[in-house]
Design a protein around this ligand. Structure first.
Ligand code: ADP
Ligand code: MG
Length: 463
């Protein structure tokens, strides 16, 4: 199910959620009885845990999370202004241009749009009929579910909702009717729009971009946000020109800018004087290397602090940052590999294996042969070379590999693949996956050794 938020100028009230821990209740353990071996009940332990003040964090540690939108976005004044200028006509009831925002991950695109949205909504209240619908396309599988979900954000009653099972045309017509019933300016924010197009093509963007010719009382504005800088190259020319009416590029942050961003958050997140000199600078320097990604910078600082806390340290040191960096790199790669579809995992494993043998770039033909062999060993009917070629591109866009076109004489061209992740981390991580476990080798690294020997179903080494 897609994560979808609607924010309207008139009905933006959020459901209040209590964040207080539950106390008592029918199944609550009676306090002071049923003592554990350590002399405290679980309830006592949890109560004590809650009452113990962290030596490092202030109350609000959530400010280091991605989802937190700070009141101030240092070094993005220009971009905030540009986005506001494009959308401002909506406040006077005029239809703004469509807008495409693009920039690398963690450059503040989502945060900036969220802030401008809030600023506009505050001013529109009571004065203009302005609705924002924000869709994270990363969570949307198909064009169908996009239109259905967008339509349903305007459904006032259960009976108005678009059910699953209708034809695409019918869903589209129902969405239009629901939008017209709302009327006014509707800004549809398609965050991570590049992923939508990668998965389901650009037909749905064409549909949306010509919706204004069919809408009667509503006007639709598309605000696409892309992490892929070359996103528009993949679009049909008509879609590109409509989506691109205005475009804004977000540059990666440099280390000093990242330091300012981190300082702001650290002031709210930590107690005074617990952050050693150089800690923020080091997080910023590492994150600058990661293409100026503020998300990475924040994750490093948060993880370093959590490591310090687990060590019962009184201060967060540069050593904690170095440890956090190593952990984070592994986690990111492992997480990324785990989330791949099955054949893509087999392909990645095939690439790593060929690369490990050659210690050098491998050609796609060799990789495909190896993939086929592995897939057959796992009992998976191999996919065609064309599908595998798409997966090579997907692995490349995830930053796990690099593929360069090489000429092979007589006009033949193929791709040579280089691996961009440490084999020593990635192969064991993949071998731990139940799907690939039978491919693990006896002389595997680290913990995988035990796992593999314990696995009676495993076969001998591949090579
Ligand atoms: P993007 O959408 O470009 O991938 P985000 O907007 O999600 O990036 O930003 C990633 C994280 O970094 C978020 O937690 C966001 O609050 C924070 N962030 C990004 N830019 C800034 C900034 N200029 N000031 C403060 N925090 C920022
Ligand atoms: Mg984003």
């Amino acid at each position: 199910m897609a994560r979808l938020e609607t924010h309207t100028a008139t009905n933006g009230a959020a459901t209040p959620v209590s964040d207080r821990p539950p106390t008592g209740g029918a199944n609550a353990e009676p306090r002071g009885t049923a003592a554990s071996p350590a002399g405290t009940t679980t309830a006592e332990f949890l109560d004590a845990f809650l009452q113990t003040k962290s030596e490092l964090f202030q109350e609000n540690r959530e400010v280091l999370r991605d989802s937190y939108v700070p009141a101030r976005l240092p070094h993005r004044d220009g971009e905030i202004r540009q986005v506001a200028e494009v959308l401002a006509p909506a406040l006077r009831g005029n239809t703004p241009s469509n807008l495409l925002i693009y920039g690398k991950i963690g450059t503040g695109k989502t945060a900036v749009v969220t802030q401008v949205r809030q600023d506009l909504q505050r001013r529109a209240e009571g004065a203009a009929n302005l609705t924002f619908v924000t869709v994270n396309c990363g969570n949307i599988d198909t064009a169908y579910s996009l239109l259905q979900n967008v339509g349903n954000t305007f459904a006032k009653a259960e009976a108005d909702r678009i059910p699953t099972g209708w034809s695409l045309d019918r869903v589209q017509a129902a969405m239009r009717r629901l939008m017209d019933a709302k009327g006014g300016t509707i800004v549809l924010v398609l965050d991570e729009i590049d992923r939508l197009v990668q998965r389901s093509g650009d037909n749905v963007l064409y549909t949306l971009s010509q919706l204004n010719t069919e809408l009667e009382s509503a006007r639709l504005v598309l605000l696409g946000i892309s992490n892929d800088l070359k996103f528009t190259n993949h679009l049909d020319a008509r879609v590109r020109s409509r989506l691109n009416e205005e475009k804004i590029l977000f540059d990666p942050y440099k280390a000093p800018q990242l330091q300012d961003i981190l300082q702001d958050r650290a002031k709210v997140a930590f107690r005074d004087g617990v952050v050693d000199p150089g800690v923020i600078e080091l997080c910023a320097a590492y994150a600058q290397l990661e293409s100026g990604d503020a998300r990475r910078a924040l994750a490093l600082l948060r993880l370093a602090a959590e490591m310090a806390e687990r060590d019962h340290a009184k201060r967060i040191t540069r050593d904690h940052v170095v440890k956090a960096k190593n952990r984070l790199e592994k986690d990111i790669i492992v997480e990324c590999c785990r989330s791949l579809p099955p054949h893509c995992k087999v392909l990645l494993y095939a690439i790593l294996q060929s690369y490990e043998r050659r210690k050098n770039g491998v050609l796609t033909g060799e990789v495909y042969d190896n993939y086929k062999r592995l897939a057959e060993r796992l009992g998976l009917p191999p996919l065609h070379a064309r599908s595998i070629s798409n997966y090579v591109s997907e692995l490349e866009s995830l930053g796990l590999i690099r593929a360069t076109i090489v000429s092979r004489g007589r006009g033949g061209r193929t791709r040579e693949i280089q691996v961009d992740v440490p084999l020593s981390e990635t192969m064991p991580a993949l071998e731990e996956d139940p799907l690939l476990a039978p491919l693990g080798r006896p002389k595997s690294r680290g913990q995988t050794l035990l796992t593999n020997f314990d696995n009676p179903g495993r076969t001998g080494p591949t090579y």
